[in-house]
Design a protein around this ligand. Sequence first.
Ligand code: FAD
Length: 200
Amino acid sequence: MWQLLKRKYLLPLAGQIPGNGSHIFEQTRIFDIDGDSPYILKSVKRNKVTADKVIIASHYPIYNKAGLYTARIYPDRSYVVAIKAEEPYPGGMYINAETPSRSLRFQPFEGGKLILVGGENHKTGQGGDTTQHYQKLVDFARDTFTVEEILYRWSTHDCMTVDSLPYAGYFTADKQNLFVATGYQKWGMTNSMAASMVMA
Ligand SMILES: Cc1cc2nc3c(=O)[nH]c(=O)nc-3n(C[C@H](O)[C@H](O)[C@H](O)COP(=O)(O)OP(=O)(O)OC[C@H]3O[C@@H](n4cnc5c(N)ncnc54)[C@H](O)[C@@H]3O)c2cc1C
């Protein structure tokens, strides 16, 4: 459901972009930015993209020649397990207000629903044994549902900022046409909308 929702939301946004001098270039990983409005973005396939304005929205900023973002952002890791349960999932997405945080959502799967149980978080590299975090989610899943099978587990990194506010705006004060949008504190589907409104 989450991935489907994300696609449902992102595809029309992507559909708005081509035209009026705007393009989408897929499979174009940028490793460096040169020049100054126009900027020259260099791709690993040795292509170049030229643009008067650049917004760096690559999750962790790919450009580190200025701005000291490495010192102002740290990655935080959190975990998900996908389970099959005996009882039907009632639908919806849920997150608790307490700590440790636990969230529930679902993904359509083979005519039924997989339940995604999320939670556990720590600064990347400082969480100790990874398996204990998955185990805590499995314990929670077993307390909440009659678990038939644990089919998948994975983890993600999110960009966190030192003052807990996303960075959305000028990349540095002296560059008028270079922007950054990052540090969404795990809520990038919603905070990215606010960031684009701020920048627009
Ligand atoms: C399981 C799960 C559940 C979540 N639930 C929610 C939720 O309920 N609500 C919510 O608000 N958020 C949620 N999030 C978080 C949200 O998905 C992220 O915060 C958001 O996707 C971050 O957006 P972003 O644009 O910064 O980075 P990304 O979505 O990672 O996009 C970055 C893009 O930049 C591209 N890129 C990276 N490097 C380069 C490069 N060198 N050159 C060119 N392109 C590059 C990548 O390919 C990618 O397309 C969830 C995340 C997960 C994993």
